[in-house]
Design a protein around this ligand. Sequence first.
Ligand code: ATP
Ligand code: MG
Length: 329
Amino acid sequence: MKRVVSGIKPSGDLTLGNYLGAMKRWAESQNKDKDSENFFFIANLHAITVKQDPEQLKKRTLDVVAWLLTVGVDPNKSVIFIQSMIPAHSEICWILNNYVTMGELGKMTQFKDKSLKSGKEGQFVGLYDYPVLMAGDVLLYDADEIPVGVDQVQHVELCRIIAQRFNNTHGETFKLPKATLSDKTAKIMSLNDPSKKMSKSDTEDSFIGLDDTPEKIIRKFKRAVTDSDNLIRYGKDKPAISNLLVILSEFKEKSIPELEKEYENAGYGQFKKDIGEIVAGNLDKLQKTFREVRKDEERLNNIISEGNRKAGTLADEKVSIVKNKLGLI
Ligand code: ATP
Ligand code: MG
């Protein structure tokens, strides 16, 4: 039996990057791999490392649960829970803080990127400490695999270091997890700067939101930056077009070489119009399902309670083992 754990922050409107890089993969893995136990959680404690409006945060937490169900995460096959509702996450974070150095945390690129954006005044400890909370999220459940996008690989590596250090000091306690990546969709790039990953906390026209209207989606793709020549080809020297090809390939269920052939004689205009239309059409369908799913808050809350109960039992057990080892009564 293999255990899979992964999370998503309710920190903004979910993007195409979250969908292709994480949520869609979660739904697939749950069906492909019958021998796995999946835990997917809404990382609201991570979300507050950047200022959030409390009402929005609450609403978005349920939105993300509804989106997970919409894209096919099945509560009968996967445990869906809310991070803040399981106190063990905060507890383990405090404990693990004593097994990581400031130097190690300072090297994390996400911290460097995000703290650069907020300036010195906005460099709160939570943002700095985020990878430790994340290590705890994973270690509490003896996870084997963490399906994440490339941006999180460094954090999973640090999680292994922390676990190893704890195990060396106190004897075997935590399982060392590994990050699992999908090959192409592990990093969907920003539409107006293909050197940056698409991110829900970036500017509005840089990402496709899962709840963008069809018109908006078509317009955003139309405006997406392209590369210098006008060939529709995948390659390192063509970061913008490669990103668009990856997206199109996911929605058309065609391989990239097939698409390169199909668009051999086409211009960027046609290419971007086609992507816009197919993504808009597909998201429109998903949005209709989402609205239905989101309406039934009672069902959502039942799924959450059941998930919290299952996850909470395991998490509490792990925290009590850890406390015992440390002499914490
Ligand atoms: P934020 O900007 O607030 O950090 P985010 O869009 O990066 O938001 P997260 O909640 O941090 O979203 O990440 C949730 C999951 O989505 C993670 O597994 C992450 O690796 C994945 N992910 C995020 N952005 C992308 C992307 N552009 N391409 C592929 N996967 C992504
Ligand atoms: Mg992120």
